[in-house]
Design a protein around this ligand. Sequence first.
Ligand code: F6R
Length: 608
Amino acid sequence: MCGIVGYAGRRPCKPIILDGLRRLEYRGYDSAGIVLIEGDGLQTVRSVGNLDALFAAAGETSSKATVGLGHTRWATHGRPSHENAHPHDDCTGRVSIVVNGIVENYKELRAELTARGHEFKSETDAEVVAHLIEEHVDEGLTAAVCAAARALQGHHAFCAVSADEPGAVVGTRNQCPLVVGVGDGEMFFASAIPAFMAHTRTVIVLEDGDVVTLHADGAEFCDVAGAPLVREETVVPWDDAAAEKGGYETFMLKEIHEQPAALRDTLAGRLLEDGTVDLSEVGIGDEMLRRLRRIFIVACGTSYHAGLIVSYAIEQLARVPVQIDVASEFRYREPVFDPDTLVIGITQSGETADTLAAMRLAREAGSPVLAICNVMGSQATREADYVLYTRAGLEIGVAATKTHTSQVAALLLLALRLAWARGARTEDELKRLGHELRAVPELVQQLLERDTAVSAIAQRYHDERFFLYLGRGMGFAVCLEGALKLKEISYIPTEAYAAGEMKHGPIALLDKESPVVVVADDGPVFPKLVSNIEEVRARGADVIAVATDGNEVIGELSRDVLWVPKCDHHVAPILTVVPLQLLAYHIAGIKGLNVDQPRNLAKTVTVE
Ligand code: F6R
């Protein structure tokens, strides 16, 4: 995440940049900063906390600067602090940069730059960009940005200014958003269009690898090798409210569509190109992973479902016994702890009262505690012994979507690392699964392009009074999540059951009136699930299946199928949940409900 704003024009730009940051605050709010070209030097203001702190600090100085950059941060590498806040400058203080995304090879680059005499002031991956530019800035800022972009691996967008080229801002992107706004005698950079919508609706959307130099009178485009490019302008027809949501109708839909990026960010630098997993940042060594005799997972709601999904994967891949419980039950059932039991608390907010209490209980009783969390500096991350961050960015919609799939991805990394450390599976097998997981963000992207099929199914079923969800194994856990999404935003009663349990009671609910959603990935229990689908059909109920492309058996047995791309069944839950999020979203939308703020719910539950 993180938000970037850049300006080159003729007006004093400090208020314009600060206003742009305010509109991007949803992208991160743990620290922020601004750099302005003042006279023949750079003036930088940075602060920790949300934008109010930056407004207060920046407000103390007046400025006539007409070129500058701003940044609002969602920390990934380095805690939220003054030193780690952007902008970062080079050793001379003549170059300053802001970065969104992750520089995957920053450790190598930092070591090389340090060996060449550069001194680093922050713990961030981003600062290498300033020093890389410094090494080439004599060739001009644009050439220096091209050189830096060529050296970086990972997904990122960054902008730079130099006191020696006071009229210019140069930016580039690779798999992270950066758009150009074309004004009258002024030009803008931003991570999202809303940042400059008060000034212009004429935009130029950049391609990966574009390098853009902005001056007050226009923009020049080239690729990272310096070859000139031509890019077209378009005019966006949004109103301001739509703009805040990046053109989506709701935050929930926007966040559903942000899942490929959230997954990419969560895996970046941890799932390596050869398919192996590096979680050294977490600080749990292989020796400790080998020593573990048991894992407890505690969480609430959607986070609990992520834990349930991966509890199967941990046992299957790493052969460590896992017990999972909702935190509100766990904390009062007097569980037995010991130092060889790892307790994993999963909480996107890091503030859920029951989960925090369960984690505290475990620590006090001598078990090590790992937090899987999305919010840097939150209570769970301060109290846990170890932290593995999801990097989904800020989630505003009350119904969790991108944070859920990111939790599953982060936990799968842990499962793979655990299996590797314990020698529970062959290295080849684990690398193959690593490659499967690396492919997931792209597969989710493809899946989101099939949304029209989901909305057609929502049209057909939106008037139903009850939905039953059936699945087995991880598919059952996905059913729990799909059923929760539908009930919490559409208020339609739902029930999710392990398909094999159906004959022990829930089958009594089946009739022609109630559709049954079946999650049918290609896992080992698929043949068993087919028998369950036959039982449903025999009672006249419509089956809406979620199944993998080309599964003819499901195609024949189901009235409707939500197809997902083929993948290994261990990673399938990240895919199969997406059509269920969209189904719930569309049904609630047809009913005219406010999906971002469903009744009676709060995004963070800080009371018992
Ligand atoms: C449902 C939802 C909730 C949360 C639960 C835990 O869509 O978002 O069920 O998952 O309140 O919240 P965190 O993960 O912040 O502890």
